[in-house]
Ligand binder design. Structure first.
Ligand code: SAH
Length: 255
């Protein structure tokens, strides 16, 4: 009887052949069926995506490696798989979107710039807005522990389904209002928000470690949004507003 491979894949091949068949770096995926429309191996399209990210200014090797590793097509609807490696946001249901790869890479790189990440790298990270779970999977390659919170139960469950086969032991999915943060995991070396509000909730700055960094879209007057980087130092908070961005709104409560 055919046995479904576990994770990591247990293939009934001689060891050398199995090694040769394994792509490097090993993608963060279950050995499930080949993705529709992407052929047997999606690593070539992902490599092209990463080359474009590097050409557009992403320098951090850890971020580029994470972007090459996480299979974005696993996080979008099957009808959208062919667009999974284009630099575009895509609908994930309930009016929400998966962020485009360039902004995921950009925010990840900014987060790694935290004072607290120097030396031993990023420790605990809080993500607000799990959505489909893609950014959380990328963060799992960059931080020791990832807490990711979503206010929409259906998306929290979708992310759980998407991430389950990847068995990322350092990703903790939480259902709740991220505006309150998650005190149990604090203090955080990094907080990343995937939804934009008009102000930074107090819980976020309270739960940030000294030396920690918050990266979040901020709503400006006139309906525009810009990327905010906020560093918590021993002398207080330092804010920098960067380029314009387009994120879904940060909302309070759960649904
Ligand atoms: N990082 C996600 C992007 C999801 S879009 C991904 O990789 O797919 C942003 C998400 O933020 C939406 O799912 C939205 O429901 C969620 N969100 C908005 N306000 C929130 C809040 N207060 N707490 C938790 N999640 C929130």
């Amino acid at each position: 009887m055919a046995r479904k491979p576990g994770f990591p894949a247990q293939l009934d091949l001689p060891a050398a052949a199995a090694r040769a068949a394994r792509p490097a770096p090993a993608p963060l995926s279950a050995p499930a069926a080949a993705p529709q429309g992407l052929g047997l191996d999606s690593s070539a399209v992902r490599t092209r995506m990463v080359q474009k990210l590097a050409a557009s200014g992403i320098r951090n090797a850890t971020v580029l490696h994470a972007m090459a590793t996480v299979e974005r097509h696993r996080f979008v609807d099957s009808a959208l798989v062919n667009q999974a490696y284009e630099d575009t946001s895509l609908p994930i249901g309930l009016g929400q979107t998966i962020s485009k790869p360039s902004i995921v890479a950009r925010m990840s790189e900014l987060l790694l710039g935290a004072e607290a990440a120097r030396g031993a790298g990023l420790g605990r990270v809080l993500e607000i807005g799990t959505g489909c779970g893609y950014q959380a999977a990328v963060l799992s390659c960059l931080a020791r522990e990832v807490y990711s919170m979503e206010r929409l139960r259906a998306l929290h469950e979708k992310a759980r389904d998407n991430l389950r086969p990847l068995r990322l032991a350092n990703v903790h999915l939480l259902f709740g209002d991220g505006m309150l943060g998650y005190a149990q995991g604090a203090p955080y070396a990094g907080i990343l928000a995937a939804a934009g509000g008009a102000a930074v909730p107090q819980a976020w700055t309270e739960q940030l470690a000294v030396g920690g960094r918050l990266v979040a879209p901020m709503a400006l007057a006139g309906g525009q949004q810009a990327l905010l980087v906020l560093d918590k130092t021993a002398h207080g908070l330092q804010q920098t507003l960067l380029e314009p961005v387009h994120f879904v709104p940060l909302k309070s409560g759960i649904a």
